[in-house]
Design a protein around this ligand. Sequence first.
Ligand code: HEC
Length: 219
Amino acid sequence: MRRTLVLGLVWGMLGCSGAGEPGPQGPTLPVVEAGAPLDATFAARAREIARQYKAWGRVDDELRWAPFLCRQPMPASAHVSASGHVDTHGQKLYSVFVRDRERYPADSQVGQVVVKESFVPEPVEQAAPFDQTTAQNVEADHFHPYVVKDGVTYRAGAPAGLFVMFKLSPTTVGTDRGWVYATVNTAGEVSAAGRIASCMTCHEDAEHDRLFGVQTSPY
Ligand code: HEC
């Protein structure tokens, strides 16, 4: 309790001291281990990805990918992370965007990019209804930022940064068989890019060539 209070005060004070410091919302996320690589070329690509990914669409947005389903197509939803790792994806809600959705997750080619947006879960009484205004526009971003876990409804609250993976040729030096891992903090800065050890401990065991493969339908 006391520790939280002290930390809160420290962040509050840093918030006033200018560029690069954590803002009034506290420290920027996600957190990676000290000494994680920050390769300049990979970081430049990650910055570019952070500017572009929204246009690719969420992997589970049926209003975009399957608007002619025989049941009513649903907007993308928030998901609860299965990762138990508190510092990285753990205890967060997420939504995933993919550059080449047709080939996700089992057939990643050079050029594939996957971006996982993460959010702080915010318990709410009930989900607000989905705003249908953009439902007819296939290209729009359709996101219903709610999920129910153990009977509690959560809303995707404050953004907690981007987890990015992009694939280059498997022979590229400094990659994990072609995959580059990167993190982009809530201030939009690339905080690490390359072979990030903490990412690799989990993703090396993932089923589809380093990818876990998240749900491609909202429910
Ligand atoms: C403790 C294990 C763990 C660590 C550490 C981890 N991940 Fe993940 N990651 C997962 C799991 C499990 C998923 C599947 C979605 C979920 O449940 O969160 C996932 C999903 C993803 C996805 C969505 C694509 C997919 O299908 O796998 C991306 C992108 C991603 N992680 C990037 C990263 C990056 C970048 C790091 C390091 C900063 C990282 N991850 C660290 C376990 C981990």
